[in-house]
Design a protein around this ligand. Structure first.
Ligand code: HEC
Length: 202
C-alpha cells in the first residue's frame, strides 16, 4: 500500500515538474518571438497592436516650412516594442527581429496657410487623422543587402492601410538611411530623446 502511495506521489511530482518545465519553456518561446510576420510570398504583414508599443518620438516636417510641398507634412509617430527598446538602452544596438513603426498623422484641420491653427495652448500643430505607415525590420540575414534592415510601406493615406507590404527597393528607402545613419543601426536615433539620451527617469 505504502509503495503504491509512493509511486502516486512520485508520479504527481514528475507531472508537476514537467508542466512547470513546459510553461517556462513557453514563456521563453514568447519573448524570443519577433513581431515581424512574413507571408509565404515574403511580404511583411501589417504589425498588430503597435500603438501600444513604446512611443519614442514625433518628427514634424510641415508644409508651412517646406514651400507648401513637404514629402511628409504629417507628424511621424515612431514606436518600438519595449523589449527591443530595453535591449537598445543596454547595448546600443537593436536585437535581431526588431520592428520600428513610423505612423503618420495629419495636422488637425488647419486654419492658417502654413497648416497651423490656434488653440487655447497657442498657435501650432495638433494631431489629426492617421495617414500612412512605414516600417523597418532588423534581420541581418534576410536583409543583408541593405545593411541588415528591411523597409516596408503600408500606404500613405488614411486608414485602412495595406494588409501586407513587399520589401521596398533600396532606391526607395534604404539608400537614404544607409547614406546618413548606417552607423546608428539604420535608425535616426538622434531624433528620439530616449534613444539619444537614455531613460533618465529610472
Ligand atoms: C530621403 C531620405 C529618406 C528616405 C528615402 C526614406 N527615409 Fe525613412 N527616415 C528618414 C529620416 C530623416 C527619418 C527621421 C526623421 C523623420 O521622420 O522625419 C526617417 C525615419 C524613418 C523611420 C523611423 C525610424 C528611424 O529610422 O528613425 C522609419 C520606420 C522609416 N524612416 C522607414 C522608411 C521607409 C519604409 C522608407 C521607404 C518607403 C523610407 N524610410 C525612406 C529619411 C528617409
Amino acid at each position: 500500500m505504502r509503495r503504491i502511495l509512493l509511486v502516486v506521489i512520485l508520479g504527481l511530482g514528475v507531472a508537476a515538474a514537467s508542466s512547470l518545465w513546459r510553461s517556462s519553456n513557453r514563456v521563453v518561446a514568447d519573448t524570443s518571438q519577433t513581431s515581424a510576420v512574413f507571408d509565404s510570398d515574403g511580404k511583411l504583414k501589417l504589425p498588430v497592436g503597435y500603438r501600444r508599443w513604446i512611443f519614442i518620438g514625433a518628427p514634424l516636417t510641415p508644409n508651412g516650412l517646406n514651400n507648401g510641398k513637404a514629402s511628409f507634412p504629417e507628424f511621424h509617430h515612431v514606436y518600438v516594442e519595449q523589449k527591443n527598446l530595453d535591449a537598445y538602452l543596454k547595448t546600443g544596438a537593436f536585437p535581431e527581429g526588431t520592428v520600428i513603426v513610423k505612423e503618420l498623422t495629419r495636422v488637425l484641420n488647419p486654419t492658417f496657410p502654413d497648416g497651423s491653427r490656434s488653440e487655447p495652448s497657442g498657435r501650432g500643430f495638433f494631431n489629426g487623422e492617421f495617414n500612412g505607415m512605414d516600417v523597418t525590420v532588423k534581420d541581418s540575414k534576410r536583409f543583408a543587402a541593405t545593411n541588415g534592415w528591411g523597409f516596408f510601406n503600408f500606404g500613405h493615406h488614411p486608414l485602412p492601410y495595406a494588409e501586407s507590404a513587399k520589401e521596398a527597393s533600396a532606391a526607395e528607402c534604404a539608400g537614404c538611411h544607409m547614406s546618413f545613419v548606417a552607423k546608428t543601426d539604420m535608425t535616426w536615433v538622434q531624433f528620439y530623446p530616449i534613444l539619444r539620451d537614455g531613460d533618465k527617469t529610472k
